[in-house]
Design a protein around this ligand. Structure first.
Ligand code: F6P
Length: 391
């Protein structure tokens, strides 16, 4: 008995990432699974189809071609001799979905929604790196236009027999109806956070570190630069496609040293170090002398203490969680990623994947000469503190 999973949603909603995640899991469960992507068929048959007008529903000629592409893809999926087919396409209109329902006995629709405009824009910027947009200087605007055209024919899932509506940024199921083969597995995969390999690195030594000063935007010292160069040799063979940093010079400087020519460096303000408010750029000794009440109050409850005009670990946690979601959405198929962060930020990231009591989080060991290797998939959870030395 064959199951057809049909993705539904506007472009840049994370459909392909979910499709890949589902395929990998179902295959690991011994189910022969294949993804059938309308975009692949389109690029093969109509290579010049990246103009937004190709998606204008009023463009009768193009609509016909797009329908044909969808039919070819459905036909290919029908002919697949396996257990599960995943149709990765927008499928935003009810008529197309009716055809899918007629073509397979068991169908589950998965609609991906995400309302975070900022993130959608970041995701579009990733998409237009694809070679098909190579010669289009207005690729970003055009891609948004394409989305606009899809919105005109969008019918959310409602009348279909089996479906799941997923908030694809937060891995939350918003609505579900019916039940199909392998439903429990599929549902579980949709809501779980997957991270294949995260290398969590703290930036190397800065001038402020030397002076025991906190916060600020200090650069790496000569020693910090040299150590970063050594670390870059260690990661040389790992081919890391994405390095996320904060917007601070020290993490960006180190990322530039570690990046290979295929690495994308993405700066996220969500990964900026804890804001120590009126204590920014001071040393712990200076804080103790000038603001003893701050110094001692923080010691009493480090997790909840909010620096005047700044943050606490607790508020930082929310900001960092948003950054992590963004990072995972951007990397899509959850490949190897690195985050070069700060002491407090990295503590919070680590506690996101490994449960720690809140009161313990501000004391997690976060050295500059080692890194944490984190794996968090459905089948494997790993957290290892490692040295920058070949095994
Ligand atoms: O000293 C480096 C630093 O990253 C500071 O910028 C930051 O305020 C501090 O560590 C966070 O560590 P703690 O919460 O232990 O003071």
């Amino acid at each position: 008995m064959k199951l057809c999973i049909a993705m539904v949603g506007l472009p840049a909603m994370g459909k392909s990432t979910i499709a890949l995640k589902l395929k990998e899991f179902l295959v690991s469960e011994g189910l022969n699974t294949e993804i059938f992507n309308n975009g692949d068929v389109r690029r093969q048959t109509v290579p010049e189809s990246n103009s937004p007008e190709f998606y204008n529903p009023k463009n009768k000629e193009a609509s016909k071609i797009r329908r044909k592409i969808a039919d070819i893809n459905i036909e290919k999926a029908k002919n697949y001799d396996g257990d599960v087919v995943i149709i990765d396409a927008t499928n935003v209109g009810r008529p197309r979905r009716k055809i899918i329902e007629k073509s397979f006995e068991h169908v589950l629709f998965i609609e991906c929604v995400n309302k975070d405009e900022d993130l959608i824009d970041t995701s579009i910027l990733q998409k237009i790196k694809h070679t098909e947009f190579r010669n289009d200087p207005d690729a970003f605007i055009n891609f948004k236009k394409r989305i606009g055209y899809y919105k005109k024919i969008y019918n959310p899932l409602k009348d279909e027999k089996n479906y799941i509506v997923l908030d694809s940024l937060n891995n939350l199921i918003l609505k579900e109806k019916g039940e199909v083969l392998h439903y429990e597995n599929i549902r579980d995969i949709l809501v779980s956070n997957w991270l294949k390999n995260l290398y969590l690195v703290r930036h190397e030594e800065t001038f402020f570190n030397q002076q025991d000063r906190i916060g600020g935007d200090s650069k790496l010292t000569k020693e910090g630069i040299n150590k970063s160069k050594d670390i870059s040799k260690y990661f040389e063979k790992k081919e890391i496609p994405f390095i996320f940093t904060s917007t601070k010079k020290r993490t960006i400087e180190m990322a530039n040293i570690l990046a290979s020519k295929n690495t994308q460096i993405i700066k996220l303000p969500e990964f900026d170090e804890i804001n120590s408010g009126i204590c920014e750029e001071m040393s712990y000794q200076e804080i103790k002398t000038k603001y003893p009440e701050i110094y001692y109050e923080r010691k009493k409850d480090k997790y909840n203490f909010i620096y005047p005009e700044g943050e606490s670990y607790d508020t930082l946690r929310l900001r960092v969680a948003k950054g992590l979601k963004k990072a995972m959405y951007i990397v899509g198929d959850y490949r190897d990623i690195m985050i070069i962060g700060h002491r407090a930020v990295n503590r919070v990231i680590l506690s996101h994947f490994l449960y720690r009591k809140k009161s313990e989080v501000p004391y997690i060991y976060m050295p500059q000469d080692k890194y944490y290797h984190i794996i968090s998939t459905h089948k494997k959870k790993l957290l290892e503190l490692k040295e920058f030395k070949q095994d």
